[in-house]
Write a protein that binds this ligand. Structure first.
Ligand code: NAD
Length: 255
């Protein structure tokens, strides 16, 4: 009755926020979870949470923006196991409109959010092809389709994540590989808390309320709500779903 028994899930950015919660869900439902992150403290915390839930996990220090590191880590996972599921979750944000975005900022965001996703898919897809099965799930954003105010580089990068997803889904459908993405609206993760702490140290509760109330549904998303969709899309119940983008945004895009 464990949905992911004998499955291997590779998740980037599994040391925090949405990725951590999703990793724990996969681990507690029988998967072996390979956590790739820059932050080893976070990744090891996720590993401990998975083990406490009776699952098993391994951790790898890896900058997804660095192709050589990605190739080495993926090769060492593949030496021991077949990769069934890849979650491209690692991502970074940048605040600013186009005038406030330097070329260096743009390149940094592109390197992680776009090339990170590219590097991982490029490293993992050949083995999925060999087995004629696999699932790839990418973290896009509401920014992918409608942009977010004052998030020029981030919106650009997440737009690319959405279209890379469609492209990969089309090219590999014949190889039994499903590829989808989800587009969360604002979700309460350490990223939000750090942002408020840094920019509004004296009135962070007030700003948190303001941000929450500015969502159509009146609050931010919870990591569990996002992880639930991720896990569903990677399960066999979603076998008919590929080449799709799933908004999960409390009405942000349409209401
Ligand atoms: P988070 O900041 O809590 O966690 C991101 C994790 O990725 C961290 O553990 C970080 O160390 C890791 N990471 C960052 N750069 C990396 C790199 N180069 N290589 C490897 N690991 C790296 O983030 P989150 O809020 O949980 O977001 C997860 C994903 O969801 C991101 O792609 C983000 O863009 C997307 N998303 C988040 C929100 C939101 O409101 N939180 C909304 C829409 C989409």
């Amino acid at each position: 009755n464990q949905r992911f028994n004998n499955k291997v899930v590779v998740i980037t950015g599994g040391g925090s926020g949405i990725g951590q919660t999703a990793a724990v869900r996969f681990g507690s439902e029988g998967a072996h979870v390979a956590i790739l992150d820059l932050d080893m403290v976070g990744a090891q915390a996720t590993q401990m949470l998975i083990e406490a839930a009776g699952g098993n996990a391994s951790v790898y220090e890896c900058n997804v923006g660095n192709a050589e590191q990605v190739n080495n880590v993926v090769a060492s996972i593949l030496k021991e196991r077949k990769i069934d599921i890849l979650i491209n979750n690692a991502g970074i944000a940048h605040i600013g409109n186009i005038e406030a975005t330097s070329e260096t900022d743009l390149d940094r965001i592109y390197q992680v959010n776009v090339k990170g996703c590219y590097n991982m898919m490029k490293a993992v897809i050949p083995s999925m092809k060999e087995y004629q099965s696999g699932v790839v799930l990418n973290l896009a954003s509401v920014a992918s389709s409608v942009g977010i105010e004052d998030r020029f580089a981030y919106s650009m990068s997440k737009g690319a994540v959405l279209t890379m997803t469609y492209s990969v889904a089309k090219d590999y459908i014949k190889d039994g590989i499903r590829c989808n993405c989800i587009a969360p609206g604002r979700v309460h993760t350490p990223f939000v808390d750090n942002f408020l702490e840094k920019n509004y140290p004296d009135d962070k509760e007030e700003m948190f309320e303001k941000l929450s109330k500015s969502q159509p549904i009146g609050r931010m998303g919870k990591v569990d709500e996002i992880a639930g969709l991720i896990v569903y899309l990677c399960s066999d119940e979603a076998a008919f779903i590929t080449g799709s983008n799933f908004p999960i945004d409390g009405g942000f895009v349409t209401l």
